[in-house]
Design a protein around this ligand. Structure first.
Ligand code: G3H
Length: 277
């Protein structure tokens, strides 16, 4: 009950702020519409996964974004990760935007698709730069976009800026889904709620916990809170520090319907990655 009141209070605060500030936002005019795509968008699953449907570690594969975002990753490293995704049936391969074309070439004809991170990992880039990066990544073959929220603006309660920032990336990415990385380890409970409410209002398809490059990763508590705030019509992606099938299942039980992990192969083959968070 206390949490429901918190959510209501944050929603009202956001509505007040947006009413008063939407016209004064620094974000500027909307980017040009993306070119029409002949390729029909895939349906996006947003509802939680029934944990009992995961009978085997390999059953986790279609829910995993196989991720390589390290700055030192070479084209060969990225190509290996793309081949692993095709082999194990991961949902996507999540890379920095300059690597999307390499991944798209390897995944052509596979069920796994490339996705790009945008404004990564800090989220503090100009909205126009985020929208530009999203459009270019989609041109290169990205079929989902994972953007980092403007964390500083969220903490400063500049809700108009946060909302416009997300909405312009959503617009630039159409018809492909956008996930909004909240970087939960840097946020208070009210800020996590506000990030979820704003992402949903701006048309995001998912909220996502973490970049994997900050002070902490996905927690059961955060995933569960995010699911309660967004409901079933927006997806919840748990990411950062998921190192085993056991970790992955805990996130699914908490309400995640997508998992982002660099340890994906260990997860589906029943090992525990020892990679440091
Ligand atoms: O977006 C996903 C994260 O970067 C993955 O983090 P991880 O390397 O801790 O699995």
């Amino acid at each position: 009950m206390a949490e429901a009141q918190d959510i209501q209070r944050v929603v009202e605060e956001i509505a007040d702020h947006v009413r008063q500030n939407m016209h004064g936002s620094q974000v500027g005019k909307a980017p040009p519409a993306p070119p029409a795509s002949a390729e029909p968008p895939r349906p996006v699953r947003t509802a939680p996964i029934a944990p009992e449907s995961i009978r085997d570690n390999a059953d986790l594969a279609p829910y995993i974004d196989h991720t390589l975002l390290k700055p030192e990753a070479t084209r060969e490293d990225v190509a290996r990760v793309a081949r692993e995704a095709a082999e194990h049936g991961f949902a996507t391969v999540c890379v920095n935007s300059s690597h999307v074309a390499t991944v798209a070439g390897i995944l052509a004809g596979s069920r796994s698709v490339p996705i790009a991170v945008v404004g990564f990992p800090l989220g503090a880039a100009l909205t126009s730069a985020k929208a530009f990066e999203a459009r270019e990544a989609i041109q290169a073959g990205a079929r989902e976009i994972d953007m980092v929220i403007n964390v500083g603006a969220l903490k400063a309660r500049d809700y108009a800026l946060v909302l416009t920032d997300i909405a312009q990336v959503v617009e630039a990415s159409r018809p492909w889904p956008v996930k909004v990385i909240l970087e939960t380890s840097l946020l208070s409970q009210d800020e996590k709620i506000a990030g979820c409410v704003l992402s949903k209002a701006a048309g995001a398809a998912f909220v996502k916990t973490s970049t994997g490059f900050s002070t902490g990763g996905a927690t059961v508590e955060d995933v569960s809170l995010m699911r309660r705030v967004v409901g079933e019509g927006v997806g919840v992606k748990a990411s950062g520090g998921i190192r085993s099938a056991e970790d992955a299942l805990k996130m699914i039980q908490a309400g995640a319907n997508r998992l982002g992990a660099s340890a994906s192969v260990a997860i589906v083959t029943g090992q525990r990655s020892t990679a440091k968070y």
